[in-house]
Design a protein around this ligand. Structure first.
Ligand code: ATP
Ligand code: MG
Length: 460
């Protein structure tokens, strides 16, 4: 077998593992012929065929093999064995862009340079009819000169497959993360989805944290549902304007790439007062010599920020209103439950009313989107009372919180488990607790995977 000798197909000498994604692993390798360093992404053929999208992938890949752009990871060749597909691609020595954020937010000029490169890469592929649909920190890499390189263009079919049925079926890795419009209708516009992601990336580069984040989960839902974009005070006004055009929850009115490229900030970058005279990362001393900025364009943070490890993992998802599970505090779990639904609020409300009737609970409307269900009889700790609050993310996507507002916690859990959850079955997309469980299982699976992998790993 090729792995024993560490020479793949007689042509590439395999090195260390660079990373792992949903569909396979990525290794560093060296061409036995030219000695050039490359990255090789290995995927199980089965997994790709199972998505039913093999033909589309083939088509996009043939386009990507012809694509040449300084900010796109070049695809050198695609090889296959009986069970595996190998993508031989350009190696990005600088690793992931978001590693730069571990020290804090970036200077405006540096963020501008990365954003320009990102938009140029995305625009180039769109002009060839290829959409990414999975722009996220793991796919934004840097080369040895600090130039941005987008990877995984040409694999959007896989990204889509993962997104569309991912939440419940991905065998390992993270739960599915989808943009608002992806839920609304199936035939969403890949171009608009990519622009949204670029906007989130720009925000995080400049802020050092995610837009729409709030340590209070409820406030966060509200911010997301209203797409309430709050730019920090150090953002220049032209950047805020651009970001609010990009982070428009409605894909129809969201700005196009062409218009982004015409915008003042995209074209000109920071206003003169902020601009450093030479390269963005360097400054000129009074004697005129160039001093390299050791901080690599990173600015100290003035405000406490969300840890970057969260950003790097959830950047796209969170802004689209999903996977809030990791922010969920354990102690509330007994008294609260949450689910998401792809149905309109009116349907959710009438379902809750039906359930109240069936269970002989009194129903009170407390406010728009807030219902209170009350037991007619006294329980062990007074009357059991349950609040159901509905938060709109998009008109066709809601988060519903079911919370004990009075009474005994055990009684609440019992009625939730035995009556409410089964009765809600038709309208629930996913219960948050199930999603958490799935993430935990996936993480455990990955750990086992990693251990096996370490035993088998080829040496560098
Ligand atoms: P997904 O499952 O959505 O594809 P992913 O993008 O993280 O997630 P991969 O594309 O398999 O998964 O990549 C895994 C990791 O390998 C990346 O996070 C990145 O750090 C590293 N990597 C991928 N391609 C390259 C490359 N060309 N050069 C250097 N590192 C790379
Ligand atoms: Mg990738």
């Amino acid at each position: 077998m090729e792995s024993k000798s560490n020479i793949l197909m007689g042509r590439y000498e395999l090195g260390r593992l660079l990373g792992q994604g949903t569909f396979g692993k990525v290794y560093y390798a060296r061409s036995a012929i030219t000695n050039q360093g490359v990255a090789i992404k290995m995927m199980d053929k089965d997994k790709v065929i199972k998505t039913g999208l093999a033909d589309r992938i083939k088509c996009e890949i043939s386009i990507m093999k012809l694509a040449r752009h300084p900010n796109i990871i070049q695809l050198f060749e695609v090889m296959a064995t009986k069970s595996k597909i190998y993508f031989v691609m350009e190696y990005a020595k600088g690793g992931e862009l978001f590693n730069k954020l571990t020290k804090g937010k970036l200077k405006e000029a540096v963020a501008h340079r990365y954003f320009k490169q990102l938009i140029n890469a995305v625009d180039y592929c769109h002009s060839r009819g290829v959409y990414h649909r999975d722009i996220k920190p793991e796919n934004i890499l840097l080369d040895e000169n600090g130039n941005l390189k987008v990877s995984d263009f040409g694999l959007s079919a896989l990204a889509e497959a993962k997104q569309q049925d991912g939440l419940l079926h991905t065998p390992c890795g993270t739960p599915a993360y989808v943009a608002p419009e992806v839920i609304k209708r199936k035939g969403y516009d890949g171009a608009k989805t990519d622009i949204w992601s670029c906007g989130i990336v720009l925000f995080v580069l400049l802020a050092g944290y995610l837009p729409f984040y709030d340590s209070n989960l409820i406030h966060m839902y509200r911010k997301i549902s209203k797409a309430e974009l709050k730019c920090p005070n150090w953002f220049p006004p032209e950047v805020c304007r651009l970001l609010s055009d990009i982070l428009d929850p409605n894909p129809e009115t969201r700005i196009s790439i062409a218009k982004v490229k015409e915008s003042y900030w995209f074209k000109n970058g920071p206003k003169a007062k902020n601009k450093t005279p030479v390269e963005e990362n360097n400054t000129v001393s009074s004697s005129g010599t160039i001093i390299s900025d050791q901080s690599d364009g990173v600015e100290a943070n003035e405000e406490p920020v969300v840890p970057v490890s969260i950003n790097a993992f959830d950047i796209i998802s969170l802004s689209a209103g999903f996977d809030l599970s990791r922010f969920f505090d354990d102690k509330f779990q007994k008294r609260e439950a949450r689910f998401s639904s792809k149905l309109p609020a009116s349907v959710i409300i009438s379902k809750l009313e039906d359930i109240a009737k069936q269970l002989s609970l009194k129903i009170k409307k407390k406010a728009a989107g807030l219902l209170r269900l009350e037991d007619l009889n006294e329980g062990r700790k007074g009357v059991l009372s349950i609040d159901a609050e509905i938060f709109e993310v998009t008109p066709f996507f809601h988060m519903v919180e079911v919370k004990k507002s009075n009474g005994d916690t055990l009684e609440f859990q019992k009625i939730l488990k035995e009556d409410i959850r089964p009765a809600l079955q038709d309208i629930v997309w996913v219960w948050q607790s199930d999603q958490q469980l799935q993430s935990q299982q996936s993480e455990q699976q990955l750990q086992i995977h990693d251990q096996q992998q370490q035993q088998q790993q080829p040496q560098s």
